[in-house]
Ligand binder design. Structure first.
Ligand SMILES: C[S@@+](CC[C@H](N)C(=O)[O-])C[C@H]1O[C@@H](n2cnc3c(N)ncnc32)[C@H](O)[C@@H]1O
Length: 299
């Protein structure tokens, strides 16, 4: 079993199931990842068959559960494809199986890809969103909601200028949905809490990896679920986007990737980040020593 200081701020090249077995328990604060989707991208990094997907993933999620600290979170970005005119159900089967494994399924954030092209399908419309499932090990998990607040928006100026009597007290919804609001709570607020949909463009410019996610996706979850110097793990790190997001926010990263050329790509991106920005963790060694230290571990 490795010590945590031996694996932070490294990209480890190998199968995450095997690599994770060497990680110590309860040390990672956040896991953000996008695994290969079933039957997708067979030509680039292989796709797990739909029927085998849950069985393939569960031993990995078991290890992730072990390495995650008790108040940590796991964000799983995934989407089921349509096959023979029907949406697949393997993602739903996976969520149910992970609950049986002991995970709490807290939320399903939606990544709405705002830069997709229009298209024509015979039985559905353009698919423009993916799940970002939020799992935890306990009901009391770390969450820093203030870190992702958004500007209140122009609507507030007009709406809040003249409040009615009903606006000044909690007004229950007339549909009996159980929702209620007190509009006067927003007076003088410059920022409000966001909703659970992230509107982020897909990345079309990364020619070296076919499925990178936009850096603002991991960044949003890193802000929400970690604080400075916490440890963020991506067990399917591809081109290293999660590591860069963690670095830019002053967190530590651990990345695992199966394909050598993507490990190298991730390392190249991390190195150029350090060359531009120096080292943000105040480590005692020099920049040159640290660059030597960014290593490709072979398992
Ligand atoms: C959807 S991509 C992740 C892309 C990444 N989010 C990015 O922004 O570049 C999934 C990655 O998982 C890698 N992969 C597949 N099976 C793996 C395994 N068993 N262990 C580690 N990595 C694996 C693939 O090579 C691929 O790069």
């Amino acid at each position: 079993m490795k010590e945590i200081h031996e694996i932070v701020d490294t990209i480890i090249c190998g199968d995450c199931l095997e690599v994770l077995k060497d990680f110590p328990e309860d040390k990672v604060n956040l896991i953000v990842t996008s695994p290969p989707y079933a039957d997708n991208r067979k030509k680039t990094y292989g796709g797990i068959p739909i029927k085998k997907y849950v069985d393939w993933f569960l031993p990995i999620s078991k290890e992730l559960q072990r390495v995650l600290e008790p108040k940590g979170s796991f964000i799983l970005n995934i989407k089921e494809r349509a096959v023979n005119g029907e949406r697949g159900t393997y993602v739903y089967d996976l969520v149910l199986s992970m609950r049986k494994q002991g995970w709490l399924w807290v939320e399903d954030y939606v990544w709405h890809k705002k830069n997709t092209y229009p298209g024509k399908w015979s039985n559905r419309f353009r698919d423009v969103w993916e799940h970002c499932y939020h799992f935890t090990k306990s009901k009391k998990f770390a969450m820093y909601q203030e870190a992702v607040m958004v500007p209140v928006g122009k609507w507030a100026r007009k709406r809040l200028a003249k409040l009615s009597e009903t606006d000044k007290r909690r007004n229950e919804s007339k549909t009996l949905s159980g929702f209620g609001k007190n509009v006067s709570n927003w007076v003088n607020r410059r920022h409000v809490y966001p909703d659970n949909v992230l509107y982020l463009a897909t990345v079309c410019s990364n020619k070296n990896h076919s499925a990178t996610f936009p850096i603002d996706l991991p960044k949003w979850f890193i802000r929400l679920f970690t604080k400075k110097d916490d440890i963020v793990l991506d067990p399917f790190i591809g081109s290293g986007t999660t590591a860069l997001a963690a670095l830019e926010l002053g967190r530590h990263y651990i990345g695992i990737e199966l394909m050598k050329q993507y490990c190298q790509l991730a390392l190249d991106r991390i190195q150029s980040f350090h060359q531009k920005n120096g080292y943000s963790f105040g480590l005692p060694n020099t920049k040159e020593e640290r660059l030597d230290d960014i290593r490709l571990e072979q398992t």
